[in-house]
Design a protein around this ligand. Structure first.
Ligand SMILES: *[C@@H]1O[C@H](CO)[C@@H](O)[C@H](O)[C@H]1NC(C)=O
Ligand SMILES: *[C@@H]1O[C@H](CO)[C@@H](O)[C@H](O)[C@H]1NC(C)=O
Ligand SMILES: *[C@@H]1O[C@H](CO)[C@@H](O)[C@H](O)[C@H]1NC(C)=O
Ligand SMILES: *[C@@H]1O[C@H](CO)[C@@H](O)[C@H](O)[C@H]1NC(C)=O
Ligand SMILES: *[C@@H]1O[C@H](CO)[C@@H](O)[C@H](O)[C@H]1NC(C)=O
Ligand SMILES: *[C@@H]1O[C@H](CO)[C@@H](O)[C@H](O)[C@H]1NC(C)=O
Ligand SMILES: *[C@@H]1O[C@H](CO)[C@@H](O)[C@H](O)[C@H]1NC(C)=O
Ligand SMILES: *[C@@H]1O[C@H](CO)[C@@H](O)[C@H](O)[C@H]1NC(C)=O
Ligand SMILES: *[C@@H]1O[C@H](CO)[C@@H](O)[C@H](O)[C@H]1NC(C)=O
Ligand SMILES: *[C@@H]1O[C@H](CO)[C@@H](O)[C@H](O)[C@H]1NC(C)=O
Length: 723
């Protein structure tokens, strides 16, 4: 009976679980949603309604949030206790035990927050003190259940970054129509803060920091800064560039600003590279609504357009608004977003750069033309300024109408694409300058007193230089200029005039050098000759090395290419001078028997029938394929024993050498019986083998020789049964 009840209950539980899960599946579009990455799952969000990528879903869910239904709340009352505006909250007696309570005290004379708010910390869900005269914040970090806070039309002057700490449930704050002038950095960054909607419109703010626009790892719906006097956008602690964490903006409202925005402070310090801009814009997933506000359209706006147009348009077009310029003059009322991408009017988006700009010059960044233009013209300069500003862009420098005599070597010339020296006192174009201008596309040298050009100029195209008339004399020594210009097809409109005998200028191509009977100038061959000599010496070195060591190299090559897959039928072949009696005894009585005892299959010179040494064959006339060959070096072994005889041992050696180089033999080992030195050997292959291949000396203790052979030979093949 008891069991039946238990079973029934279990069944019931199972059913409930099932029904519940079915309900969840049915209502599957609702899912638990966290208000920030570390938050608790205390919200549900409609997935059918909120679609898109993670960011879109998060923002949509934040915006779906609706304040708790006020009518469910049991209102509390506020009683002002003195004429200073101090107050206390009075609990309505019949509401004791209420779970959700709200306080509303609108249109009053409150100057301070009620002093006993914390008494209601576990019930208080909503505070509405709109239309009062509250000037000062209180510490209400105790109100962890507070859901909405309405303080519109009070007299608050600041918001600190501790104001909302501890208000875990706070979702909506209305601070519009106060007198707020400053807000701290990171107003919303504390872990306990999960605000979705914050209204700061109609205040007196003059600056806005990036740390209050981009709140890392938090999702919000809307922060409204409209109707302020915000002009300076700042990035005090470089919030904009933190790309380690996902940055989650919501919608930032910056409508109807009374002043135009200046972006210079926002970017000038931390944005050093083009990638910095791209990181910023690709990370920022929110939008800016800037209806009826204007921007100061300087180089900073142009940089956005230049470096990340797509992100720029995504962010600003999203809210169907226009980025309208309020200045400079030529761009007033121009809507950047309505123009074709990077239209010519963006030429006007410039900034003057002060940092490191030479005192007498004016430095202007112009992103549309990819340049930092530096105007140093007509400033009585005698030398080039020491430095120029660093920039994301290349330099174009105007030094015209000065008294510059010499082009000194300067770092910035490397970053310069155009330079103008018109009407200066230059006399030469020297090698250092020519070799220091990798980016240069135009050098204007008109109306100087150029008398000499470094010949290195021939490596560059003549059209890079504008000479017009020079003081170069039309004589044999300048014929190369003509040749240079003709060879490289100089544009006829980039004339080069040399000075003829009569003092008149004449275009060098038109001057007839033939009449001067110039010796055809020999091309400057020194570099070629040196190069050739170097090549020659390298070549001769290599050849020498090849000549003297090519057998060594063959051995090394054979060792490198070695593959051990041969069908060997002997472990060792011992090649020795049979006529040397000592050697014969050593081989026959000691080496061979010992090797055989260790399991090696051994074949030696004396096993061969006479006349076979050209081709190793055993007594059954079967080809011998040894894995290793031991060559015994003994006195005079490589000399023929009588005039008519061949030196058999050398024939054997040649045979083995070929097999070794052909990779049929694994190793050539020398056994130096009579302590011969290389100079005692006349055959160079043999010398090479002695130098490079394993070599065993015959010392007094014979078992060491055997041990050495064993290490060199390794294990016997033991594969075939033969002999
Ligand atoms: C608030 O709750 C009341 C009943 O408690 C209901 O009649 C009213 O429609 C609700 N309002 C909203 C906006 O949900
Ligand atoms: C209190 O408010 C929550 C929603 O904020 C609601 O779910 C709950 O039913 C309310 N409780 C009472 C007793 O009104
Ligand atoms: C507010 O009060 C809490 C304790 O109730 C305290 O920990 C916190 O430091 C206070 N905050 C400020 C800004 O004084
Ligand atoms: C705050 O109160 C005012 C006046 O009652 C109201 O107009 C405004 O909509 C409220 N703000 C929010 C965010 O509910
Ligand atoms: C709070 O604001 C002050 C002043 O703006 C700032 O110095 C401080 O770093 C901020 N605190 C945090 C946690 O950002
Ligand atoms: C989330 O929690 C981790 C670890 O507890 C912490 O390091 C991180 O700062 C938290 N992030 C936020 C936004 O609170
Ligand atoms: C810019 O537009 C405003 C409002 O549309 C207008 O009052 C102003 O005269 C315009 N200024 C220029 C220079 O066109
Ligand atoms: C150079 O400056 C002087 C005065 O500063 C001026 O009189 C002269 O016209 C200028 N020359 C050029 C070419 O601009
Ligand atoms: C020569 O230079 C002129 C002026 O810069 C230019 O218009 C012309 O196209 C150039 N000619 C050639 C062949 O490059
Ligand atoms: C130099 O420039 C002047 C004026 O632009 C021009 O008349 C002359 O033909 C040019 N060429 C030479 C080689 O002087």
């Amino acid at each position: 009976m008891l069991q039946v009840t238990a079973l029934a209950q279990l069944f019931l539980v199972l059913c409930t679980v099932l029904i519940n899960s079915i309900w969840i599946v049915k209502g599957g579009k609702n899912f638990d949603w966290k208000p920030d990455i570390n938050g608790t799952n205390d919200y549900t969000c409609d997935l059918d309604f909120c679609t898109g990528d993670q960011f879109d879903v998060n923002r949509c869910c934040a915006c779906l949030y609706i304040e708790s239904n006020i009518s469910e709340f049991s209102p509390l009352h506020v009683e002002i206790i003195n004429n200073k505006g101090e107050s206390v909250v009075i609990l309505n007696k019949k509401d004791i035990g209420a779970v959700n309570v709200s306080i509303k005290h609108s249109n009053g004379w409150l100057r301070f927050f009620p002093s006993n708010l914390c008494d209601f910390k576990s019930e208080l869900k909503s505070i509405d003190f709109s239309y009062n005269q509250i000037k000062q914040w209180t510490n209400f970090s105790c109100l962890y259940m507070l859901d909405s806070l309405n303080l519109t039309r009070n007299s608050l002057a600041t918001v600190s970054n501790s104001t909302f700490i501890g208000l875990y449930s706070l979702r909506s704050v209305d601070l519009s129509f106060n007198e707020i002038r400053t807000i701290d950095l990171h107003m919303l960054s504390d872990q306990s803060i999960h605000l979705f909607n914050l209204d700061l419109s109609n205040n007196l703010m003059k600056t806005l920091d990036a740390s209050n626009m981009i709140v890392q790892d938090k999702f919000f719906c809307k922060i409204d800064f409209s109707y302020n006097e915000i002009r300076g956008l700042t990035n005090t602690d470089e919030t904009l560039l933190t790309n380690e964490v996902n940055q989650n903006g919501g919608d930032i409202f910056l409508r109807n600003m009374r002043e135009e925005f200046y972006f210079n402070e926002l970017f000038s310090y931390s944005f050093k590279t083009i990638e910095d801009y791209q990181i910023l814009f690709s990370n920022f997933r929110g939008t800016y609504d800037i209806k009826n506000s204007k921007a100061h359209c300087d180089c900073h706006v142009a940089r956005f357009l230049k470096f990340c147009p797509d992100d720029f348009y995504r962010i600003y077009k999203a809210k169907n608004n226009k980025l309208v310029c309020g200045s400079p003059e030529n761009l007033v009322n121009v809507s950047v977003i309505d123009l074709p991408l990077y239209n010519e009017v963006f030429d006007e988006m410039i900034c003057e750069v002060w940092d490191h700009c030479p005192r007498k010059c004016k430095c202007i960044e112009q992103p549309r033309r990819d340049r930092l233009f530096i105007d140093c013209s007509n400033q009585s300069l005698h030398t080039l300024p020491a430095e120029m500003p660093q920039s994301l862009f290349n330099l174009e420098i105007d030094f015209s109408d000065n008294s510059i005599i010499n082009i000194d070597n300067r770092e910035y010339l490397k970053r310069t694409v155009e330079i103008n020296f018109e009407r200066n006192l230059l006399k030469t174009v020297d090698k250092t300058f020519i070799e220091n201008i990798p980016m240069m596309s135009s050098v204007n040298l008109k109306e100087n007193q150029i008398t000499t050009l470094a010949k290195e100029i021939q490596n560059l195209h003549p059209d890079i230089f504008l000479f017009n008339q020079t003081e170069v004399v039309c004589e044999c020594s300048s014929e190369w200029i003509k040749i240079w210009r003709e060879l490289k097809h100089a544009n006829k409109s980039f004339e080069f005039g040399c000075r003829a005998e009569n003092g008149h200028g004449i275009v060098i191509e038109l001057f007839s050098f033939i009449d001067l009977f110039c010796e055809t100038e020999k091309p400057d061959n020194s570099a070629i000759i040196i190069g050739f000599l170097v090549l020659l010496s390298i070549l001769s070195f290599v050849l020498t090395a090849l000549f003297f060591f090519h057998f060594e190299l063959s051995i090394l090559g054979a060792k490198l290419r070695r593959k051990t897959h041969k069908d060997w039928n002997r472990d060792v072949f011992i090649s020795f001078d049979e006529e040397n009696i000592e050697v014969f005894i050593f081989i026959q009585k000691i080496l061979k028997p010992n090797l055989i005892r260790k399991g090696y299959k051994v074949f030696s010179s004396d096993d061969m029938l006479f006349g076979q040494s050209r081709d190793l064959k055993d007594e059954h006339n079967v080809q011998v394929e040894p894995r290793d060959v031991i060559i015994v070096l003994s006195d005079n072994f490589d000399k023929p024993k009588n005039i008519n005889d061949n030196c058999w041992i050398m024939t054997e050696f040649d045979y083995c050498w070929k097999k070794f180089i052909g990779l049929h033999i694994r190793n050539l080992i020398t056994l130096n019986f009579d302590s011969l030195s290389s100079s005692d050997l006349s055959n160079r292959k043999l010398k090479a083998v002695k130098r490079i291949c394993p070599c065993v000396l015959v010392p007094d203790r014979r078992h060491e020789v055997l041990a050495r052979f064993e290490t060199i030979l390794g294990a016997p093949i033991r594969k075939h049964a033969f002999n």
